[in-house]
Design a protein around this ligand. Structure first.
Ligand code: PEP
Length: 306
């Protein structure tokens, strides 16, 4: 069984291209697995790759380098990651350095299939906005992806859902593929409001989106309490929210909702990635700390092979 979503034949192909290979539903795939098991009498080992093969969404692992690395170190790390992940098939990979290193990293990765992204973009087009970087300028520096609504921007820089929505619109207007970050704080989780908060962030962030805009979007579910804290959501906790997000995406986009990738983010490490990626609605990871180490990040990209 092969995933069809985003299969890439060369470095230039979009991660969202489809191929004509017929799709299997999740239930049909499980029926085949269990029939095989019954026929051979052998227990089937459900490793993350096998579990993932019944789905059509190609795993997408993105590194968010935040405000780390000198320009030279950023380029060097990009080259090291390229070396280590180039032999890993069927995974989409993106690196998001600081704005000033996007061009250098994009040049260093010109011959690779790794995409380069910004960590944010302005909610306006070019103009008198000192210190801001518009989506069109970001695109012109070599970025194809942009992280929008990261929890540090929402909670440290005070970005509202409305600002996030405007940035999502600008990203798409200028041909960037946004990674829309959503997630609850610890207080919101403790008061039982996780799904309410995440649903509001999803609906607002995707307001006015349809068709290609949705297809080109990735969602990153990042519980705020798990980001940079070492405290990861359990696979079941993450899957519960991812499944809810999948439901809202299907409400918003119909069949397209099934194809949109939902990354998990929050202290993803080599030691916990396999458990997370075995979940049916976890399609990848947005990685902070562990993306600053080439070996760790390559292990995350190659999950399921440990
Ligand atoms: C992030 O920055 O999006 C993130 C998930 O960070 P970390 O992996 O360090 O928790």
């Amino acid at each position: 069984m092969r995933r069809t979503k985003g299969r890439r034949s060369g470095p230039e192909q979009s991660p969202n291209k489809t191929s004509p290979v017929p799709r299997l539903t999740e239930a049909a795939s499980f029926r085949i697995i269990f029939r095989l098991s019954f026929a051979t009498g052998e227990p089937v080992r459900l490793d993350p790759n096998l579990l993932r093969d019944h789905r059509m969404r190609r795993p997408f692992i993105a590194g968010n380098w935040k405000m780390n690395l000198s320009h030279r170190d950023a380029v060097r790390l990009a080259e090291e990651i390229h070396e280590r992940v180039s032999g890993i098939p069927d995974r989409d990979v993106a690196l998001c350095p600081t704005f000033v290193s996007v061009t250098g990293v994009a040049q260093a990765l010109a011959d690779s299939r790794i995409q380069v992204g910004g960590q944010d973009c302005a909610r306006t087009d070019d103009g008198a906005y000192t210190g801001e970087v518009s989506a069109s300028i970001l695109k012109s520096t070599g970025a194809s992806v942009v992280i929008i609504g990261h929890s540090e921007r929402r909670h440290v820089m005070g970005e509202t859902d409305e600002v996030v929505r405007e940035k999502m619109g600008k990203a798409r207007e200028h041909g960037l593929r946004p990674i829309l970050c959503v997630g609850e704080t610890l207080e919101e989780r403790k008061s039982g409001r996780t799904l309410e908060v995440v649903e509001r962030q999803i609906r607002k962030g995707l307001e006015g989106f349809g068709g290609a805009d949705l297809t080109e979007t990735t969602i990153a579910y990042e519980p705020v309490w798990a980001i940079g804290t070492g405290e990861v959501a359990t696979p079941d906790q993450a899957q519960e929210v991812h499944a809810a997000i999948r439901g809202w995406l299907k409400e918003l986009g119909g069949a397209i909702g099934e194809d949109i990738r939902i990354q998990y983010g929050g202290s993803v490490k080599p030691s916990n990635v396999d458990g997370l990626m075995a979940m049916p609605d976890i399609d990848g990871a947005l990685v902070g700390g562990a993306s600053l180490n080439a070996d760790d990040f390559a292990t995350l990209v190659g999950f399921g092979n440990g």
